[in-house]
Write a protein that binds this ligand. Structure first.
Ligand code: BGC
Length: 412
């Protein structure tokens, strides 16, 4: 039987670079370098009416996307800048989350703020995150703290980032500091978000900094990330054995029956390497991954949603690991908010079905609380339960956010 008791965590997730604003890290530099080229490429494609699988509906940009501010043809779309100004508005944002019935929230700490120079921790910034955690607790929301969501301090990236073994030790030191500072107020830590997906984007596809395409580097980085997680896990458990620690893993639903076993064998093989050092499995699920067959995109960024696939992935992970699962991301880019309510309803239904069949799921976090800076795509994709006006930073709760609340209220 599913167990949506009072202890079940309902919430939404964000990450520091995507919402805070005014960061200065390796991403900030990467964005600035590539913004002009990206805007020019999109303008050219728009002019030529080229289609692409990554384009909304596989056609040229529809008007509702071009009306977004900033839109994909503008350079500023690709520069995070003030993002959602969440750094200054987190209390207002948490008030909204509370009004939407959330009893938990996942956010990330920005390493580059905490340790802007090697070995020098910034007390003011530590104080900022102390306030963030306090604001959540005051509103009755459990903090789920991600320690690394894809951005590096500049001094780390200048030394070779995750290719350099030293980064492993530097990361552990930063995490120990955070765990020591916040040990009385935080139970759940995610050491790193989707390390394997990040690694392939940064070292094989060149979408993320450092923008490389090198299998040898990717291999090194991947195992350094694993090492960093394992060492952090052990270090944090010494600080407080009660901490609940994991990573998140993005797992899609692979649609080819023929190659499906191989696909999950590979994904679960890598996850198995990390699971001895985890208290739970942090799952990020978004979509079906088409093999050969052309995708039938139903999200603005060309992804194909599939709630049935969510059920499949939950069952698969449970069968393999038998550890509690927290769904730490699940969402859709839908600027017009036409599909989000249905998306949420169907995915939670699928999760409930898996739970009824014995899968131990303990929390669901929608991606995202706010529209935000969507990495290489910039600001135009709209993943938020709450719409952000990037001119005024005004927040507007989308109807689907209230539908999510209805689902939560019904299941509680
Ligand atoms: C990442 C988020 C991102 C989302 C949508 C996830 O894999 O963790 O940072 O915004 O995908 O692309």
């Amino acid at each position: 039987m599913s167990n949506f008791s009072k202890d079940f965590y309902w919430g939404a997730a964000t990450s520091s670079h995507q919402v805070e604003g005014n960061n200065h890290n390796d991403w900030t530099e990467f964005e600035t370098k590539s913004a002009k080229r990206k805007a020019q490429n999109e303008t050219l494609r728009q002019g030529l009416r080229l289609s692409s699988a990554e384009r909304p509906q596989g056609k040229r940009w529809p008007d509702y996307i071009l009306k977004n501010y900033p839109n994909p043809l503008q350079e500023k779309n690709y520069i995070s800048g003030r993002a959602c100004d969440h750094y200054n508005r987190f209390r207002e944002d948490f008030d909204i989350a509370k009004s939407l019935g959330h009893n938990a929230h996942r956010f990330s700490i920005e390493w580059s703020r905490i340790e802007p120079e090697e070995g020098k921790f910034d007390e003011k910034e530590i104080g900022h995150y102390r306030e963030v955690i306090k604001a959540l607790r005051e509103r009755g929301m459990e903090p789920f703290v991600t320690l690394w969501h894809w951005t590096l301090p500049l001094w780390v990236s200048k030394k070779g980032g995750w290719e350099n073994k030293e980064t492993v030790w530097n990361f552990v030191r930063y995490c120990e500091k955070m765990a020591t500072e916040f040990k009385d107020d935080v139970v759940f830590f995610v050491t790193m978000s989707e390390p394997s997906l990040w690694c392939s984007n940064a070292y094989l596809k060149a979408n993320f900094p450092p923008g490389k395409k090198n299998w040898f580097s990717a291999y090194r980085v991947f195992w350094n990330l694993h090492r960093a997680h394992a060492k952090t896990f052990r270090a944090l458990k010494k600080i407080n054995p009660e901490f609940q620690i994991s990573i998140t893993q993005n797992i899609g639903y692979f649609d080819s029956i023929l190659f499906r076993p191989l696909y999950y064998f590979i994904i679960l093989f890598f996850l198995s390497a990390i699971t001895p050092e985890t208290d739970f499995i942090g799952l990020d699920y978004y979509r079906r991954i088409p093999f050969l067959r052309k995708s039938r995109p139903d999200s603005d960024i060309g992804w194909e949603t599939d709630p049935e696939g969510f059920y499949f992935v939950l069952k698969k992970i449970w069968q393999r690991f038998k550890k509690p699962i927290f769904v730490l991301e699940n969402g859709i880019a839908d600027a017009r908010d036409e599909k989000r309510a249905e998306f949420i309803r169907l995915h939670i239904e699928a999760m409930k079905r898996a739970m009824d069949e014995g899968v131990d799921v303990r929390g669901y976090f929608h991606w995202s609380l706010l529209d935000n800076f969507e990495w290489e795509n910039g600001f135009w994709p709209r993943f938020g339960l709450v719409e952000v006006d990037y001119k005024t930073f005004a927040r507007k709760i989308r109807p689907s956010a209230w539908e999510y609340k209805k689902v939560i209220d019904k299941l509680r």
